[in-house]
Design a protein around this ligand. Structure first.
Ligand code: NI
Length: 255
């Protein structure tokens, strides 16, 4: 089985002790063929680009998460613009809105979300969207700015909204939360939308699937997410892995 992990944070300190082993040999031995490292601030965006330049199977997305946009300046946009010139940078993100924690004021979140969407348009890259308890505002902003190329990472909305995203050509990111006991809404989303629009993701080191829930996540655990999607859609695990891999390659324009 060949796997594309469309959203991971291997720059995270939780990987300090065995990062080289995981990225240098272990994950590929487990069938992980591609990894997209997601930036969450300027430092992690830079670190992701360095990882992608070191490991051929890794790619990078650069951007500032809504938690951290309160410290953004115009210079941050300039740094992201420069980083986006690397051959391995295939996406802008994770960017978006987070009304669960509200670590940055909402008007500030919206301002820098718009600025980073404009950057994505300028450099012609797809967007990786983080949205938590901000479903309607996120959708409205993407729609009114005619954004049609991207992924809603760790999708937590309902199936009706997922359908709207699918109509707009978005991919829906599905990860470990699908295997949790309270995943009814996400199970419905997976049932409802075409496999063609689903990409799989760990968000590692966070959100490990059952039976590893609460432990450090890594891309090889995606087999448990694949198994669950196959069960819900009544297709083979091989088809889930292969199609989601092709979807992610199409999304991020990887040949
Ligand atoms: Ni993430």
């Amino acid at each position: 089985m060949k796997i594309f992990d469309s959203h991971a944070h291997y720059n995270n300190p939780q990987f300090d002790e065995d990062r080289d082993y995981l990225l240098g040999e272990y994950l590929q031995e487990q069938g992980v063929q591609y990894v997209m490292n997601a930036g969450a601030d300027i430092e992690s965006s830079k670190a992701g680009v360095l990882l992608s330049e070191k490991y051929p199977f890794m790619y990078a997305s650069v951007g500032v998460h809504p938690h951290d946009v309160k410290s953004m300046t115009d210079e941050s946009i300039q740094i992201l613009r420069e980083l986006s010139k690397s051959k391995k940078v295939m996406s802008i993100g994770e960017i978006g809105l987070d009304y669960h924690y509200d670590y940055s004021p909402r008007d500030v979140q919206k301002h820098w979300f718009l600025e980073q969407l404009a950057l994505a348009k300028e450099v012609d890259l797809p967007v990786m969207i983080h949205s938590r308890e901000a479903d309607q505002d996120t959708f409205d902003i993407l729609k009114s700015n005619n954004v049609e190329n991207g992924v809603i990472h760790c999708y937590s909305g309902n199936k009706e909204l997922a359908r709207e995203y699918v109509k707009r050509n978005f991919c829906i990111g599905i990860g470990g939360t699908l295997t949790f006991k309270n995943a009814r809404k996400t199970v419905e989303v997976v049932e409802d939308i075409p496999l063609h629009n689903i990409v799989i993701e760990t968000d590692c080191p966070y959100l490990a699937p059952v039976p590893y829930r609460g432990k450090r996540n890594n891309s090889s655990y995606l087999t448990h997410v694949i198994e669950k999607i196959a069960e819900i859609k009544n297709i083979t695990q091989e088809e889930v892995a292969q199609t989601t891999l092709e979807n992610a390659k199409r999304l991020f324009r990887i040949n």
